[in-house]
Design a protein around this ligand. Structure first.
Ligand code: GLU
Ligand code: ZN
Length: 313
């Protein structure tokens, strides 16, 4: 196998304005790739078409540039790659590794005896082996089926740069969705196909996706694709109420800071400091922080963003 050049990615979802928490993950992903002499791709993750908007796509690119983050390649938006994801699904179906599922969210909640973890009820495998194909499932229930990954076998293990050794047991997460009932690819399938197709070697993203890396590694295996070799799942910025920043709550957007006339160098350095990295109070462009960056130095606790800290910008 040819040696791959280190490649990281920035993968915004244009379903809202980027907030400081997103900005921090992108800054860290960028610093990690650049500090390894790597290249960076920008990939717009707009598979959830009903929720994504062109104005947020344009704004995300502007926000990243304003913060001093650049990229070497803009890969095709996920919304343009449906046929490629569909072909991957087809391969899994042919390999007997995907099956139609007609369960509603309510069915799953009622059927799941396992304790409900952070991610909600665990799918108990109700439709495994139940339907011959999608047409059969549709005919019997009158519902369009989703497709789930038949996830069996050993625990998936990987090394996370912050969390250390991680082991993900299929039975603790259950068979996950590959293709949605509304005929859209799932995040898990699209991101796996793309990270492989775009030769991504290192992934840095929010800690909410730590266990999803186990799902994705199972998919790389099933599709016989080359997986990224390095993973880092970083903590969040929480607001003054101890809640994780989210687009839906209208938390401090990068755009709002920009419109207030805040210096982007101050924002970049502030975000680096919230992650435990050294950066001057007076501000710095991301490029000036590359030399001092080490992924292992990222602090592994959530950062509480006080109103005072915010005003200091
Ligand atoms: N598009 C996702 C987000 O904005 C990131 C997914 C990933 O990094 O794998 O949260
Ligand atoms: Zn089902």
């Amino acid at each position: 196998m040819p040696t791959l050049i280190p490649t990281g990615r920035l993968a915004p979802t244009p379903s809202g304005l980027l907030h400081l928490g997103n900005g921090r993950s992108f800054l860290l992903a960028w610093l990690w790739a650049r500090s390894e002499g790597g290249r960076i791709i920008l990939r717009v993750e707009d598979i959830d078409r009903p929720r994504c908007k062109p104005e947020f796509r344009a704004q995300a690119k502007e926000d990243l540039q304003w913060l001093g983050l650049d990229w070497d390649e803009l890969t095709p938006d996920q919304s343009t790659r449906t046929d490629i994801y569909r072909a991957a699904l087809q391969r899994l179906i042919e390999a007997g590794l995907a099956y139609p599922c007609t369960c509603t969210r309510k069915d799953i909640e009622e059927a799941s005896s396992a304790p409900h973890g952070d991610e909600g009820a665990i799918y108990p495998g109700t439709c495994r082996g139940k339907w011959r194909n999608a047409a059969h499932a549709r005919q019997a229930t009158g519902r369009d089926p989703a497709w789930r990954f038949l996830w069996q076998g050993d625990a998936v293990k990987f090394h996370d740069e912050l969390a250390g050794e991680v082991s993900v047991d299929p039975s603790t997460l259950g068979d996950f969705v590959l293709w949605r009932r509304d005929d859209l690819p799932s995040y898990q399938l699209a991101v796996t196909v793309d990270d492989a197709a775009q030769a991504v070697t290192q992934v840095l993203r929010g800690r909410d996706l730590l266990l999803s890396t186990g799902r994705q590694l199972a998919l790389y295996g099933a599709l016989n694709l080359q997986a990224p070799t390095r993973w880092a799942h970083v903590p969040f910025i929480q607001d003054a109420h101890g809640r994780r920043m989210a687009k839906r709550e209208g938390d401090v957007s990068i755009k709002a800071l920009r419109e207030r006339g805040v210096d982007p160098r101050r924002v970049a350095a502030f975000l680096a400091r919230t992650a435990g990295l050294a950066a001057p109070e007076t501000g710095a462009w991301p490029a000036d922080l590359v030399a001092g960056f080490a992924v292992a130095q990222i602090s592994d606790g959530d950062f509480l963003l006080s109103d005072e800290a915010l005003r200091s910008l």
